[in-house]
Design a protein around this ligand. Sequence first.
Ligand code: URA
Length: 283
Amino acid sequence: METERLQKYISRCGYVSRRKAEELIVAGKVQVNGRFITELGVKINPAIDRVKIDGQRIEPEALEYYIFNKPKGSITSVGDPQGRATVMDYLKDIKTRVYPVGRLDYNTEGLLLFTNDGALAQALMHPSKGVTKTYEVKLKGRVLDEHLEALSQGVSLEDGVTSPAELVDYGFDSKTNTTTVEITIHEGRNRQVRRMFEHFKYSVYNLKRIAYGGLTLAGLKRGAYRKLQGEEVRQLKALCKLPFGKTSSGDTVNKRSLTKDNKKQFGRSGATRGSQRRPRGGR
Ligand code: URA
């Protein structure tokens, strides 16, 4: 049976933060199986031990998972001292304390996950898991193949060389003077996609995350959210190699409507969006 530190368990119950839980323990407010615990470091077995705070039994909140289509112009934070719109403003109807999994910039739109499952959130964000994130990037002007090739192999940013990525060039639109590129990355550094293109002096006109692991925004309007289905949660856990009964194995992404014929691909083949790919030079 898995044991867990008492303060961690209390915070997992959604009662207070881990730090505040430590204060409650030291203040003599916490009982385990009827015995007051006042020292830190005690571990409990959540499956059998009963924890009370001020005489009230506490139990972990049910784990919840949401997918949200973040609009531009909102910060990924649970609160903002400057009073700007936050992603939480869109999730007011959710009564459970859920948190964003990673972040999208103020001016980035698209897929953002929320959960109170700290283990899954941490695993999804950890670079060692390599969970894919796909972005649609609109860049001002035309883009050189050699730059997309270089981005697919890795470029040197101030925080190190980026891991190999997959890119698809959907071509230049003369009406808007923009080029649309899809990039799939396996890590999630701060402002990574913008910095990758800025490395080659491109100006990012619009950035949207369109897929995360096997999930897409299909059917979700800007500003809307929905609960993930059990199978979707199972799939995310499988990608992170976390236990969840039966698991599905796919890190596959549903087909999307962007289907220009003249797209070109860069980076290793057989990656997430394989069904949309063509060999290089296949315009
Ligand atoms: N990369 C960025 O540059 N910004 C985001 O919001 C997400 C990925």
